[in-house]
Design a protein around this ligand. Structure first.
Ligand SMILES: NC(=O)c1ccc[n+]([C@@H]2O[C@H](COP(=O)([O-])OP(=O)(O)OC[C@H]3O[C@@H](n4cnc5c(N)ncnc54)[C@H](OP(=O)(O)O)[C@@H]3O)[C@@H](O)[C@H]2O)c1
Length: 293
């Protein structure tokens, strides 16, 4: 009998890639989506329309599931909803919960202090507490910034001109993973439940700097340097306003944690689960190909 996996929020930036990899891996997949959402999903998955405000609605949707994978937005989706999904998973006997992480190492003490990761840290605490009083365990999938998505959106390198911004000089290397790589990381956890129990799990497909990416892009445009310490300062200033704009402060904090010193953005090779999961680094040619479109 194949493992029953519920994915919550499968329609956003990272959700579709995770859903695809879960289906490719042959799991019995159910997508949880808001009852008023009109999103369409792969017909191989079952769909459960839920009311995230209702514990009973979530319990019904998660009954008999082995694993719950959250790809919900963190920040826009209130913390109470993330906690309620965890509680419903514990109440129905789900074995493993994979919360919506997929980015910076929020277990790094310096990163964990950044307000943008506050809800992720609170979800981790809730999972730790729940795991001590129920059969629910958890795995935190840490992937670094999304490489293909980050290039497409101009988030980790924006070569659309007239100048490209290099953070702190652009030489700091960081671990990064494509959307499909994130999906493979989730599958790897589900296929290795014992060795990934109640820990952060690190995967990467490249260890690159912005200068490496600029060279791979072939772009010859001018560069400017922005210091991430100033971004952090600007993020706190934005937070201090009466109506802070999350798009402004969240972006600045996240750039600080990817490119600044001390945030753990280049993963310790000894901690990587790549070999266990069969996830290979991208070749130079594959990296160049990310800039082809
Ligand atoms: N490392 C990176 O570079 C990177 C980049 C982006 C995101 N991330 C991480 O990936 C995770 C998912 O982020 P995302 O950008 O993929 O999320 P997203 O696209 O903003 O949202 C994901 C899904 O959540 C559901 N949703 C949205 N608002 C909701 C609400 N108010 N109540 C209930 N459900 C709601 C929607 O599904 P339905 O409409 O089907 O209900 C939506 O498709 C986060 O942890 C984020 O930090 C990492």
């Amino acid at each position: 009998m194949s493992t029953k996996v519920a994915i919550v929020g499968a329609s956003g930036n990272v959700g579709p890639a995770v859903l695809e990899q879960l289906l490719v891996a042959g799991f019995d997949v159910t997508v949880l989506t808001r009852s008023d959402s009109d999103k369409k999903f792969d017909s191989r998955a079952q769909i459960a329309k839920v009311d995230y405000e209702s514990f009973d609605s979530l319990k019904d949707a998660l009954a008999n599931q082995d694993v719950v994978v959250s790809t919900l937005n963190v920040g826009a989706v209130p913390l109470a909803i993330h906690s309620r999904i965890i509680d419903a998973a514990a109440a129905t006997g789900v074995k493993r919960f994979i919360p919506s992480e997929y980015g910076c190492d929020t277990t790094n003490a310096q990163a964990a202090k950044l307000p943008v990761f506050g809800d992720k840290v609170k979800v981790q605490e809730h999972l730790k507490n729940t795991s001590q009083t129920s059969g629910l365990s958890y795995s935190l999938l840490i992937t670094g910034p999304f490489l293909d998505w980050g290039i497409e959106k101009g988030f980790i390198l924006d070569t659309s001109g007239p100048v490209v911004t290099l953070y702190d000089g652009g030489e700091q290397r960081f671990s990064t993973t494509t959307l499909n790589g994130v999906g493979k990381g989730v599958v790897g956890i589900i296929n290795n439940l014992d060795s990934t129990k109640n820990i952060p799990v690190y995967v990467e497909e490249a260890r690159v700097s912005q200068k490496d990416l600029l060279r791979l892009s072939g772009s010859k445009i001018d560069t400017q340097i922005v210091q991430t310490v100033d971004l952090e300062k600007g993020a706190f200033e934005e937070l201090g306003k009466p109506s802070p704009n999350p798009a402004v402060f969240a972006t600045k904090f996240i750039l600080r944690s990817i490119f600044g010193e001390g945030f753990g953005s280049l993963f310790d090779p000894k901690k990587l689960s790549n070999d266990l999961f069969g996830l290979k680094p991208l070749s130079e040619e594959e990296l160049r190909g990310l800039f082809a479109n």
